[in-house]
Ligand binder design. Structure first.
Ligand SMILES: *[C@@H]1O[C@H](CO)[C@@H](O)[C@H](O)[C@H]1NC(C)=O
Ligand SMILES: *[C@@H]1O[C@H](CO)[C@@H](O)[C@H](O)[C@H]1NC(C)=O
Ligand SMILES: *[C@@H]1O[C@H](CO)[C@@H](O)[C@H](O)[C@H]1NC(C)=O
Length: 456
C-alpha cells in the first residue's frame, strides 16, 4: 500500500507483486521499509469453502475495498488444493494483505474433545505451503473462538501446541517468519488470562506470534469506558506480541459509525494496538454486511449464486450509511506509529502464566506442559517443571474483567458487556446465544451449507 508508485513502475517491468511482506517485531507489525503497519481490514468469506479461487470476483471486490480504504482481509476457510494466484494478485494489486485461518471444517481444534494430532497438522501445513509464497500473506490463525463457553478453556494448551508446531514447521521449511496467532472471542471473564497464557512461559517457540480479539463491545453510540475498551487497553499495554481486533463493528442499534476506530487508531490505543478487521464484507442473515451483490435472493431466483438466501457473487454494491461511514472514518485516521529503527522492544513485557480461577472460566493452572502432537487429554494438565507462573498474576488480572460475577451463569459467554445493551441482539434468531459473536454463526452457517451441498 505504501508503494503505489513503485507498483506502477514494477508492473511495467514485470508482473512483480506490489506489496512487500509485513513482519511482526516486538508487539508491532512493520513494513519492509521500517514504517509501522496498521491493519484496516474486513472479514471476507463470500462462500463457505474458499472465496479466494474466483479471480474475477476477487478483482471486483478488491477494487471496492481499495475505495473503502481497506488494506487487509480475513478469510476463515480456504481449500489448500486449489489455485489462489489470481485472487492473491487481485488483492495484492489493490494493496490488500490477507490473513487466513488454517483450520477447515474437519480440522478445527475442539474444546469438547481435546486433541491436536497429525491429521490436523498436515491440513494446516497444506494451507501454509500453499499461501507462504504470497508476499501479501499477513498472518495465519491456529483457531477462531475455540474458547467460547465457560468450560472451554482447557483447550488453550492445544492452541499453543498448534502454534508451536506450525511455527516449527514454518522454520523447518525455510519460509519467511509468517506470523502465526489466534483469534479469540472477547469474553470478559477470560480477560486477560487467555491472552497472557498464550504468550507466557518465556519460550518464544511456544507462544503465539500475535493475539487477536473478536470484540463487539463497542456499539455506537458508546464511549471508551462504556464499551470497556479502556480495560482492553489496560490489558494490552506493552503486550509482548502484536494485538489487534480480528473482528469488530457492533451493529446494534445501527447505523454503525465505527467510532471505536477513533480509539484504536488514536492516542488512547495506537501505541499498543495494531488495528482492526471490521465484520464483514458480504451482507448475510446476521446483517453485518458492508456490501451486497443484489437484493435477497428469494426475490430474484438466481439459483446457485444465492446460497443461504443471499447472492454471493457479482458486482458489490455498498450498503449505506455503513459503508460510507467506515470509508470516511478510515480516511480520517492515519496513524504513523513508530519506525522500526526507533522502536525499543525493551518496553514490552511478558506476563506471568495465570493460575486457574476457582469455579471460574480460566481453568489452566500456570505454565502447564504443552501437549505433544498426537496427545489427547482427559485429566488435568501437569505443571511444567520450568513453570514461570506467578500466582500474583491472577490478583491483578482477574479484577476488572468482571471475573466470576457473570461467570456463574454457565454458558453465557459475555462477548459484549451487559451495560451496552445487547451487543448481539442483531445476530441471529435461530441460534440461541445472545452473546455469540457472528463469526461463529458464520461458521455454523457455512457448515450447514456444506452439509446441504454434500447431501445434494
Ligand atoms: C486425529 O483425531 C481425529 C479425531 O479423533 C481422528 O479422526 C483422526 O483419525 C486422528 N488422526 C490421527 C492421525 O490419529
Ligand atoms: C523452547 O521450545 C521449543 C519447542 O517446544 C523446544 O524445542 C526448546 O527446547 C525450548 N527451549 C527451551 C530453552 O526450553
Ligand atoms: C434461548 O434463550 C432464551 C433466553 O435465555 C431461552 O429462554 C430459550 O430457551 C433458549 N432457546 C434455546 C433453543 O436454547
Amino acid at each position: 500500500m505504501l508503494r503505489s508508485t513503485l507498483a506502477i513502475v514494477s508492473s511495467l517491468v514485470a508482473s512483480a507483486a506490489a506489496l512487500d511482506p509485513v513482519e511482526a517485531y516486538g508487539n508491532k507489525f512493520f513494513n519492509k521499509d521500517g514504517s509501522q503497519f496498521f491493519i484496516k481490514g474486513v472479514a471476507y468469506q463470500l462462500v463457505p469453502d474458499d472465496p479466494l479461487i474466483d479471480t474475477n470476483q476477487c478483482n471486483l471486490d478488491a477494487k471496492l475495498m481499495k475505495d473503502l480504504g481497506a488494506n487487509a482481509i480475513r478469510v476463515y476457510h480456504v481449500d489448500a488444493g486449489k489455485n489462489h494466484d489470481g485472487c492473491m494478485k487481485a488483492f495484492d494489486d489493490a494493496g490488500v494483505y490477507v490473513m487466513l485461518d488454517m483450520d477447515t471444517f474437519n480440522t478445527y481444534i475442539e474444546p469438547t474433545k481435546l486433541y491436536w494430532n497429525s491429521s490436523q497438522f498436515e491440513k494446516y501445513a497444506e494451507v501454509m505451503d500453499t499461501f507462504q509464497k504470497y508476499d501479501n500473506l499477513l498472518g495465519l490463525f491456529v483457531g477462531n473462538e475455540n474458547i467460547a463457553k465457560k468450560q472451554d478453556s482447557p483447550v488453550a494448551p492445544f492452541l499453543k501446541a498448534a502454534a508451536r508446531d506450525m511455527k516449527a514447521y514454518r522454520d523447518r521449511k525455510g519460509y519467511r517468519k509468517i506470523p502465526v496467532g489466534y483469534s479469540a472471542a472477547d469474553i470478559q471473564e477470560l480477560r486477560p488470562m487467555l491472552q497472557n497464557y498464550l504468550t507466557c512461559g518465556g519460550n518464544s517457540s511456544e507462544i503465539v506470534d500475535f493475539f487477536a480479539l473478536n470484540s463487539y463491545s463497542w456499539c455506537d453510540p458508546s464511549t471508551y469506558e462504556q464499551s470497556t475498551y479502556d480495560k482492553l487497553q489496560e490489558y494490552g499495554k506493552n503486550f509482548p506480541v502484536p494485538i489487534f481486533f480480528s473482528e469488530t463493528g457492533c451493529n446494534v442499534p445501527g447505523p454503525r459509525r465505527f467510532q471505536d476506530q477513533d480509539a484504536v487508531f488514536g492516542k488512547l490505543m495506537v501505541n499498543d494496538w495494531s488495528g482492526s478487521m471490521v465484520y464483514e464484507w458480504i451482507q448475510e442473515e446476521n446483517n453485518y454486511g458492508l456490501i451486497e451483490y443484489g437484493p435477497p435472493a428469494k426475490k430474484n431466483r438466481r439459483g446457485n449464486d444465492a446460497v443461504g438466501g443471499f447472492i454471493r457473487k457479482g458486482t458489490p454494491t455498498p450498503r449505506n450509511p455503513d459503508f460510507n461511514n467506515l470509508k470516511t472514518k478510515w480516511a480520517s485516521l492515519h496513524p504513523t506509529g513508530v519506525s522500526k529503527a526507533d522502536y525499543d522492544t525493551k518496553s514490552i513485557s511478558t506476563r506471568a502464566c495465570p493460575m486457574s480461577t476457582s469455579a471460574g472460566w480460566w481453568q489452566v493452572n500456570g505454565n502447564v506442559k504443552l501437549p505433544t502432537l498426537g496427545e489427547t487429554k482427559t485429566g488435568a494438565f501437569e505443571s511444567s517443571p520450568s513453570a514461570t507462573a506467578d500466582p500474583s498474576a491472577t490478583a491483578t488480572g482477574g479484577g476488572g474483567g468482571g471475573g466470576g460475577k457473570t461467570g456463574d451463569k454457565s454458558g453465557s459467554s459475555t462477548s459484549g458487556p451487559k451495560e451496552t445493551g445487547g451487543a448481539d441482539k442483531g445476530n441471529n434468531d435461530k441460534e440461541n446465544s445472545t452473546d455469540r459473536p457472528p463469526a461463529l454463526l458464520g461458521a455454523s452457517f457455512a457448515a450447514l451449507v456444506l452439509s446441504l451441498a454434500i447431501l445434494l
